[in-house]
Design a binder for this molecule. Structure first.
Ligand code: ADP
Ligand code: MG
Length: 519
């Protein structure tokens, strides 16, 4: 597990706060003993009480801030992780990061305090009254011992429970996504049963954990209360016999519970924190894509692209082998070839989404790896094979927050007729799966999104009209043609009609390229 950023500073600060509270506890007990034996309210007592209030409040603010920043960092990290199942990622980013609260703001501070305050109290007791100090010294360790015994029993349980919750999230999303298909094939009932069973298992696991948590709280309270009684009874008798002064007896009585209090607090927070710790381990163990480190900026405008012996592997599978390609600025290249031949992979390499296993990509003579990724992507418009839509209006899905001419782009993508049929036009809200839209309509939104970016030097089109009928395709192609001037274009053509946009046609076959004569 990689270390949590800033954890050391946090622990050091908590230790300082804990030491301060230990001092304050001692001063306060001294003052209370004086007050209760008729000595009157002293200034130290008032100061100690005020300081205790401030310390508790200050610690709350401090731990809250630290946890908020840690959580933001974890979420950012998770967003950059290699996505596996979306549902698992979603559970991690929301619930997974939230439950770390219980560990970071609840358990850790309590743990630090429980290591410092009892020691300070014990030292003070040994200096005051040996017999009471010995009783406390023997009984205080009982609290963590009992807590550890119960904890051992529940650790595996909470970890299992967290795993169960992640799986449930992943499964649920998959099922909901595929509900339409499942319904058609009459399998919806079986899935409903699975989800119901998993939810029931999760409920059971939660209740079992809660039961143990309540039981352990009871045990810890009992141990602490009995221990205090063990100190209080003999001290009472000795006070009657005149063995100790009233002030000493009071001091011991006020101090003894303070030795158990932080341990009890840590014990009760332990169970909630166990889930938080399990989640934290899980979140930190997620592999993170190494960030691209390029920093070079380039001048905007149609780029020259050169691929030199570019090979791409997906695990064992080789998708591109030693590809050489040179595209002049402003040239329009069409890639053709059977499905699975590596056309989309080539575009992904140009975008920088896929890093070649060997070989290099030169943009205007500069290695793509040396370019600042955000700066490079700002000059690329891309129509992916399956555009990703976001929850929001049609308009927001086209502009992606930029200032663009939505109407013109939509018209070029033949989206205007589609939008005219929507209940609220461009303001119609769509979900991230494009609910209520056909795959052709979704593709047109993706096309409009790319065409709206008229200012980019490079345009990448991946089968942009694959889901359109011939008439719409013809309209889209003639509108698109008008937007290509002065830009470098690489398009994946799945139909001959599209190659008409190109000045050069290249055939991709099993990861290799072959130039085709233009007919
Ligand atoms: P095309 O776009 O020409 O249909 P792709 O470039 O999408 O082909 O894919 C080329 C080959 O690489 C295919 O065999 C495909 O199965 C494989 N492939 C594509 N993307 C991935 C990926 N993310 N992980 C593993 N294999 C992939
Ligand atoms: Mg493809």
């Amino acid at each position: 597990m990689p270390p949590l950023p800033g954890l050391r500073r946090y622990l050091i600060s908590l230790t300082c706060l804990g030491s301060l509270s230990a001092v304050v506890v001692l001063v306060q007990a001294e003052g209370l003993a004086t007050l209760l034996t008729g000595g009157g309210i002293g200034v130290p007592l008032v100061v100690a009480i005020a300081a205790r209030v401030l310390l508790v409040g200050g610690q709350g603010v401090f731990t809250g801030r630290f946890t908020a920043s840690v959580k933001a960092g974890l979420r950012r990290r998770l967003l950059g992780s290699d996505a596996e199942r979306a549902g698992v990622v979603a559970t991690r980013i929301t619930k997974g990061v939230d439950v770390t609260d219980s560990y970071l703001t609840g358990y850790l501070p309590a743990l630090v305090t429980s290591a410092l305050v009892p020691v300070a109290v014990l030292v003070r007791l040994f200096a005051t009254d040996l017999a009471s100090a010995l009783i406390v010294a023997v009984t205080v360790p009982l609290v963590p011992v009992f807590a550890a015994l119960i904890g051992l029993h529940t650790k595996s349980r909470t970890e299992r429970q967290w795993g169960l919750l992640s799986r449930l999230g992943g499964h649920f999303l998959d099922v909901v996504r595929g509900l339409g298909t499942l319904k058609v094939f009459g399998r919806a009932g079986a899935q409903e049963r699975t989800v119901r069973e998993m939810a029931a298992a999760h409920t059971d696991a939660t209740l079992r954990t809660l039961r143990v948590a309540f039981l352990s709280a009871l045990v810890l309270e009992l141990v602490a209360t009995l221990s205090v009684a063990l100190v209080a009874v003999p001290i009472g008798f000795r006070l009657l016999e005149g063995g100790v002064t009233a002030h000493t007896a009071m001091l011991v009585l006020v101090l003894a519970p303070e030795a158990y209090l932080p341990l009890r607090a840590a014990g009760t927070k332990f169970h909630a924190a166990a889930e938080g710790l399990a989640a934290l381990r899980d979140v930190l163990a997620v592999p993170i894509r190494s960030p691209r480190t390029g920093t070079r900026m380039r001048r905007r405008g149609a780029p020259e692209i050169v691929l030199e012996r570019v090979t791409v592997h997906y695990g064992e599978h080789r998708a591109l082998s030693e590809v050489d390609l040179s595209v002049r600025p402003g040239e329009h290249v069409a890639l053709i070839g059977p499905s699975g031949s590596g056309k989309s992979t080539l575009l992904a390499v140009l975008l920088g989404f896929v890093t070649p296993t060997s070989g290099r990509v030169l943009i205007d003579g500069v290695d793509l790896r040396e370019l600042d990724q955000a700066d490079w992507l700002a000059d690329v418009a891309w129509v992916p094979q399956r555009p990703t839509l976001f929850r929001g209006s049609v308009e927001e899905n086209i502009t992606l927050g930029r200032e663009t001419d939505v109407a013109t782009a939509a018209k070029a993508a033949a989206l205007d007729q589609v939008v005219a049929g929507l209940p609220e036009g461009y303001r119609t809200r769509i979900g991230e799966l494009g609910e209520g839209l056909s795959s052709g309509q979704r593709q047109r939104i993706g096309l409009a999104r790319a065409l709206a970016r008229t200012d980019t030097g490079l345009l990448l089109l991946d089968e942009p009209t694959a889901r359109l009928d011939h008439r719409t395709e013809a309209a889209v192609l003639s509108a698109t043609r008008r937007m290509l001037g002065g830009r470098t274009v690489v398009l994946v053509a799945h139909r001959p009609a599209m190659t008409e946009l190109a000045t050069r046609v290249i055939e991709v076959h099993a990861g290799g390229l072959r130039e085709r004569e233009l007919t």
